[in-house]
Design a protein around this ligand. Structure first.
Ligand code: ATP
Ligand code: MG
Length: 565
């Protein structure tokens, strides 16, 4: 089953929103937001949330805001803000003029905090971090009231003002909501809503030395922006009572509805900014944009299309139960898209020289090749054929096993779009015994790769003309992790121990057909029989092209899907 961008699949959140629209809740408005924290690059898990939030807004003729949730200056950077903006644009989403930052609301959030203090709903607590932990209790043991819980409104106002004006050191005081230390929900045991952090912020610089906590700032930012549906991942389910408490206590007229869904987990990779940052910082990958990374920028550099990612997000659906999606489905989605849109070309990854003994020395023929069997509109091109060619080293076996239908001594095969050729002798390196050259004869009656006499050959090989082809570097990728679940069952295993040491193979003396000269960074091709490749957009040189293999041609998804059923 394929679905297109314009017809999102139904899911429980869409049903809730549709019903709200039907009963004219929020005057029929739908207003969502995507709230990334700029502490890392976006990954494919974020794409699920992005497609959901922007998709709902589009479907119900509403709006979706982009809001940077920038309340933790120690971990956030402008580099991340810029990367997130460019990834979102590339994915094809538009927030119009609604780009916001939680830091835009710092003044207003502070006023809300003062209101809670005045209403006796918040107090300055001066317990140490360790004492606070002790007082909080556990899931089975109720917490204890902080001795500072009974401070007067005046004292709280005074201390909070002192926190704001920088009179106190980090960690000496926090502002806490006064809720219930015996609540079975730990989030409700007087959570911290403001803390001191004498750290400059990437937008507000050193204007602030107190910063609001997520649970306080998020619901209020949603309300300030008049969001209707605040969609987040399941781990926030237990924070929902606090989300509602803050908005109710402040008696705000706009009270968005928080709805949780299961985050995307993908096999053979990790989807956590913290873990991905670890890989980057320890140099275990070549930055956030490494094509092996599950980041949007890595996947983009690898050659994925935005359409294939959106289609993937639609197919995985939105549910309330955690699950792990097979990487094979993501690969299936990109193959399906690239199959339709990419031109076919010939390139040889590990070249083996072939001399066609009976082909005239200086003759060159321009043979016609079809650009795409999927799309005749893509036309044809000419590929040069000459006496010396390269074929794939793997396509020759001196002692061919059963079912090996490619070249071997005395065997005849078809060279795609060219001729039937027969291997007549083999040249070996005297020292190593390695095959370094093949001698073949060609049948001039088989031009174009077809025999008039109906003679059949089992194998069709790709090839390039030695003197006409261009040198290229090709990077082949395998899974970043050897284990399907690198984090272990509970996500507690050291995920780095299951890194795949062979996830990158760089081939530096590949040969590609001359039509690829000047191929633009980011352009995508199917190399016949080898997979889909994309010209690298980071390592760009005039000397030679660098290609990333996006994905091989072999699709394992149908089989996996069958097994799952
Ligand atoms: P991470 O766990 O990778 O650090 P995060 O949740 O801390 O992610 P945010 O920048 O806060 O990252 O996420 C922005 C939005 O994207 C949030 O609404 C979050 O719920 C959502 N999101 C993050 N990871 C996933 C995921 N794997 N699947 C679906 N949505 C996700
Ligand atoms: Mg987060």
């Amino acid at each position: 089953m394929t679905t297109t961008d314009s017809t999102p699949s139904p899911n429980f959140i869409r049903n809730i929103v549709a019903e709200d629209v039907r009963v004219n809740k929020n005057e029929g408005r739908v207003h969502t937001r995507f709230p990334p924290e700029p502490n890392g690059y976006l990954h494919i898990g974020h794409a699920k949330s992005i497609c959901l939030n922007f998709g709902l807004a589009a479907e119900f003729k509403g709006l979706c805001n982009l809001r940077f949730d920038d309340t933790n200056p120690t971990k956030e950077e402008v580099e991340y803000v810029e990367a997130i903006l460019s990834d979102l644009r590339w994915l094809g989403f538009d927030w119009g003029d609604r780009l916001f930052y939680t830091s835009d609301y710092f003044e207003q959030l502070c006023e809300y905090a003062v209101r809670l203090i005045k209403d006796g709903k918040a107090y300055v607590c001066s317990l140490s971090a360790e004492e606070t932990r002790e007082y909080r209790g556990t899931l089975t043991k109720p917490g204890k009231d902080s001795p500072y819980r009974t401070r007067s409104v005046e004292e709280n106002l005074d201390l909070f003002q002192g926190m704001r004006s920088g009179e106190f050191e980090d960690g000496s005081h926090v502002l806490r909501a006064k809720i219930d230390m015996a609540s079975p929900n730990l989030n409700m045991r007087d959570p911290t809503i403001y803390r001191i952090r004498k750290v400059a912020h990437h937008r507000t610089d050193d204007k602030w030395c107190i910063y609001p906590m997520y649970d306080f700032s998020h619901c209020l930012s949603d309300s300030i922006e008049r969001i209707t549906h605040s969609i987040c991942t399941l781990e926030f389910e237990d924070n929902r009572p606090l989300y509602d408490w803050v908005l109710d206590e402040l008696n705000l007229d706009c009270h968005p509805q928080q709805i949780e869904f299961a985050r995307l987990n993908l096999s053979y990779t990790v989807l956590s900014k913290r873990k991905l940052l670890g890989l980057v910082e320890e140099g275990l990958v070549n930055g956030w944009e490494d094509p092996r990374m599950p980041t949007i920028s890595g996947i983009r550099r690898r050659g994925y299309t935005p359409e294939s990612i959106r289609n993937f997000c639609d197919r995985i659906g939105v549910a309330k139960r955690d699950s792990v999606v097979d990487m094979a489905l993501l690969e299936h989605c990109v193959r399906e898209d690239l199959n339709k849109r990419t031109p076919r070309v010939m390139g040889v990854l590990r070249p083996l020289r072939v001399v066609i003994d009976n082909y005239p020395e200086d003759q060159v023929e321009e043979l016609e090749a079809i650009n795409s069997p999927e799309d005749p509109g893509m036309g044809t091109r000419k590929v040069p054929f000459s006496r010396v060619l390269y074929v794939e080293r793997d396509d020759f076996r001196e002692d061919p096993p059963k079912k090996f239908f490619r070249l071997g001594p005395g065997r005849e095969v078809r060279l795609r779009y060219a001729y039937y050729v027969t291997c007549v002798s083999v040249v070996k390196d005297e020292q190593t015994g390695e095959v370094i050259e093949l001698h073949c004869t060609y049948d001039p009656e088989t031009r174009g790769g077809w025999s008039e006499d109906g003679r059949k050959v089992r194998g069709t090989l790709h090839w390039v003309s030695a003197s006409h082809s261009l040198e290229a570097e090709v990077r082949l990728y395998d899974r970043l992790f050897e284990k399907a679940n690198p984090g272990g069952e509970k996500g507690r295993a050291d995920f780095k121990t299951s890194l795949n040491p062979n996830s990158l193979e760089t081939l530096t003396s590949c040969r590609i057909e001359p039509s690829l000269a000047g191929a633009a960074p980011g352009s995508r091709y199917q190399f016949e029989r080898l997979g889909y490749f994309c010209v690298d957009s980071v390592d760009v040189s005039d000397e030679r092209l660098v290609f990333n293999r996006t994905v091989t041609l072999r699709d394992s998804w149908a089989k996996i899907e069958k097994q799952q059923k």
